[in-house]
Every structure is written in structure tokens, then in C-alpha cells.
Design a protein around this ligand. Structure first.
Ligand code: TPP
Length: 194
């Protein structure tokens, strides 16, 4: 898988996100568009996962902390074969699997995100458990820049350093906007990410 192929996949994820949100007439599109490159790299290059065995104990874990950005995430999971692509048509429809925020009944989902600021805290636990159990899996967490205004993000980062969780990788999707405006204007988190 080279970079050009990954770019194509990322664009597919963007197209699918548009369709999903248009079809449901609801959903967070911006955060899906910006995370698509990251999801393409994770799901089609980096993560050690098997869609036939979603609960495989040695799998790498992915935690979508900015759980509102579910459209591109669901598109990536379906493209990877965790569930049928037809499910995407039922996004946010009542009694269907793919709700606005990911739930654990969806194959491939390891974290029920939605309440921002909790992903690294949760991932710390899985990473620490992996070390105690002498497992080789890695834990990848995707957080937003607006989300990083939450104090719990920094407490969790401090805890990860204290526990030397070198099996934890935190990725910041610095798209510079959040729900109500530009991150710099709502509450600047820099120079943390400069
Ligand atoms: C604890 C909490 N507060 C508020 C919200 C509402 N909310 C949903 S998306 C969002 C903006 C998030 O911005 P950012 O983290 O930058 O995500 P992105 O721009 O990538 O979508 C907010 C405030 C929430 N989901 N959880």
C-alpha cells in the first residue's frame, strides 16, 4: 500500500461521509473529512487487525475519542470488511446499528466515544493492561483540537507518561476548527500543538 493508494482511500472515505450525512440529513461532517487521511493510514497501513476476528485479543486497538466524527470511521470499518456497506444507509436511524456516536455492538468498535475528553483516559487503561498481560498490541487514539480544551486530556497525558505507556499512540487531528468556531478563538490550545 503506497501513499497514492492511501490518498485514494482517504478520498473514498470523504465521499462516503458526504453520502452518509446527506442521506441521514444529520451528522458531523467536518471532523470526518479531516480525519479521513488518518483513518486511511491507520486502517489500510498501520493497524494490526482482522475484520474476521474483531475481538481477537492481540489486535491493535483504535479509540476514536472524537466520537462525533463517526461517518468516516464507519466508512473505513465497512471498507475493511467489519460489516456490510449497506449499513451506512441506516446511519442515525432509530433501532439501527450505526448511531451518531459509536457503540460497542458494532464490529470493530472498541470505544463508545461521544463525550469528549475521555478517549486517552480509556486508552491508558487498555495500554496498561497490555503491558501487565505482556501483550504486544498497540493502542491508537484519535483526538480533536477542540476536544483538547478538556482538562481530562492533559491529566490522561500526564498519567500515560508516568506509567511509561510506550504502546500508546495519540494522534491529534488539528483541523483548527471546532463546533462553534476556530479553535484558536474559542480557546487556544497552542503552543501545545505548534
Ligand atoms: C464533553 C463534551 N462536550 C461537548 C460536546 C459537543 N461537541 C460535539 S463535537 C464538538 C466540537 C469538537 O471539536 P474538535 O475536537 O476540534 O473536533 P473536530 O473539529 O475534529 O470535529 C463539541 C463541542 C461533546 N460531544 N462532549
Amino acid at each position: 500500500m503506497d501513499i497514492e493508494e492511501l490518498k485514494k482511500i482517504a478520498n473514498e472515505l470523504r465521499k462516503e461521509s458526504l453520502k452518509i450525512v446527506y442521506n441521514a440529513q444529520s451528522g458531523h461532517l467536518g471532523g470526518s473529512l479531516s480525519e479521513s487521511d488518518l483513518l486511511a493510514a491507520l486502517y489500510f497501513y498501520k493497524l494490526n487487525i482482522d475484520s474476521k476476528k474483531p475481538s481477537w485479543k492481540d489486535r491493535d486497538r483504535f479509540v476514536l475519542s472524537k466520537g462525533h466524527a463517526s461517518p468516516a470511521y464507519y466508512a473505513a470499518l465497512s471498507m475493511k470488511g467489519f460489516f456490510n456497506k449497506k449499513e451506512l444507509d441506516n446511519f442515525r436511524k432509530i433501532d439501527n446499528m450505526l448511531q451518531g456516536h459509536p457503540e460497542l455492538n458494532t464490529p470493530g468498535v472498541d470505544f463508545a466515544g461521544g463525550s469528549l475528553g475521555q478517549g486517552i483516559c480509556f486508552a491508558n487503561g487498555i495500554a496498561l493492561a497490555g503491558k501487565l498481560d505482556k501483550k504486544n498490541y498497540k493502542v491508537f487514539v484519535l483526538i480533536g483540537d477542540g476536544e483538547s480544551q478538556e482538562g481530562s486530556v492533559w491529566e490522561a497525558a500526564m498519567a500515560a507518561a508516568h506509567h511509561q505507556l510506550d504502546n500508546l499512540i495519540v494522534i491529534l487531528d488539528k483541523n483548527q476548527v471546532q463546533e462553534t468556531g476556530k479553535t484558536k478563538e474559542v480557546m487556544n490550545i497552542d503552543p501545545a500543538t505548534d
